[in-house]
Design a binder for this molecule. Structure first.
Ligand code: UT7
Length: 330
């Protein structure tokens, strides 16, 4: 990749979660599961669930408003809005266009990216090139999911894992050293069927039959995904660090995708990082797919774990398969 011409900094961060909390105990009333199984196999204790009248665009807009406030700018200054999501309000138009309208971001052009749990880092990487090249001055990057709306609430293998949330960052060149130092993205389309929602697209358009066959829900071969996730997250994390000329031990904080505590723990071990240097909040939110990293980043910042000069790496893995990492000097 050509070296970026300008520095690109994260100048604002925000997030939003629905108020409704669904605990493991609540799930015991819905499917044949237990708090003990969910806690030991995943680390998740509770997750947030959007109410029926709250679409992804509402959560995305609120996270964006908070990120803009944090950056000290308003919507009219945004040149580009990229939303990573697989649970947008509608197949089209994009959720990004809905957010653009609600923020009054008149001059921005807006579009969605579909990369499952890697959606946010894919969007961040693309946004970085836009700012670095001078094609855009100010870019809003959002990860948002309302996975509760595509979860099969009769399938204990998946329904205990996911939650709803959004997170956003604002990118700009500041002329200062640091900022986003490297990004690395990967895909493997041979493995699509291990994690998918089969119905609703051009392969299986919505019909009574697709509803009867429960094709409009998430399906996951959890164990296979688990094994790939650990290997891929370690390897892409090392690749992004190497591209920035850094070693894992130089990191102040790892902000991994929050899918499973055991995946996070295994990734940290392989990188030789103690858990004190790893940010974890999946106990309270579950797996929020593309929202998980910006939500974690926002909490880490508010907890004072991202100080000026801190070296932080974000790393993720998701359906597609897709996986990605980004290294940032805060
Ligand atoms: O967001 C990116 C993509 N997603 C991920 O990264 C998720 C990756 N996968 C995982 O996190 C884990 O594989 C899971 C948490 C999904 C599953 O954990 P596991 O240790 O891989 O369990 P398993 O799928 O091998 O299932 C073990 C047993 C099975 O019972 P049998 O066949 O051994 O009798 C399941 O039926 O656990 C059973 N099981 C449950 N039991 C109670 C599966 N789900 C549940 C449940 N409650 N909710």
């Amino acid at each position: 990749m050509i070296a970026p011409a300008r520095d690109v900094h994260i100048i604002g961060v925000g997030s939003c979660t629905p108020d409704r909390v669904l605990t493991n105990k609540d799930l015991e009333q819905i499917v044949d599961t237990s708090d003990e199984w969910i806690t030991t196999r995943t680390g998740i204790k509770e997750r947030r669930i959007a109410d029926p009248n709250t679409p992804a665009s509402a959560l995305a807009t609120e996270a964006a408003r908070r990120a803009l406030k944090d950056a000290g700018i308003d919507g009219t200054e945004i040149d580009q809005i990229i939303v990573g999501t697989v649970t947008g309000d509608r197949p089209f138009p994009s959720t990004a266009c809905l957010v653009q309208d609600r923020l009054g971001a008149k001059k921005a052009y807006a579009f969605d990216i579909s990369a499952a749990c890697s959606g946010f880092l894919y969007a961040l990487s693309l946004a970085r090139t836009q700012v670095a090249s001078g094609a855009a001055e100010t870019v809003l990057v959002i990860g948002v999911e309302t996975l509760s709306k595509i979860v099969d609430w009769t399938d204990r293998n998946t329904c205990v894992l996911f939650g709803d949330a959004s997170g956003a960052v604002v990118l700009r060149s500041t002329g200062q050293p640091g900022g986003i130092l490297s990004t690395k993205l990967h895909s493997d389309g041979a493995l699509t069927n291990l994690l998918e929602m089969p119905g609703g697209g051009s392969l299986h358009p919505a019909s009574h039959e697709t509803v009867d066959k429960r094709l409009h829900y998430i399906r996951m071969s959890g164990n296979d995904v688990f094994k790939y996730a650990v290997r891929a997250m370690e390897s892409v994390a090392c690749e992004a660090l190497e591209a920035a000329g850094l070693k894992p031990e130089e990191l102040d904080l790892l902000v991994p995708h929050q899918a499973n505590y055991r995946i996070i723990d295994a990734t940290a071990r392989r990188l030789g990082l103690p858990m004190e240097k790893v940010f974890v909040n999946l106990d309270r939110y579950g797996n929020t797919s593309s929202a998980s990293i910006p939500l974690a980043l926002d909490e880490a910042k508010r907890q004072g774990r991202l100080k000026p000069g801190s070296l932080v790496e974000m790393v993720t893995f998701g359906g597609g398969f897709t996986w990605a990492a980004a290294v940032v000097r805060w």
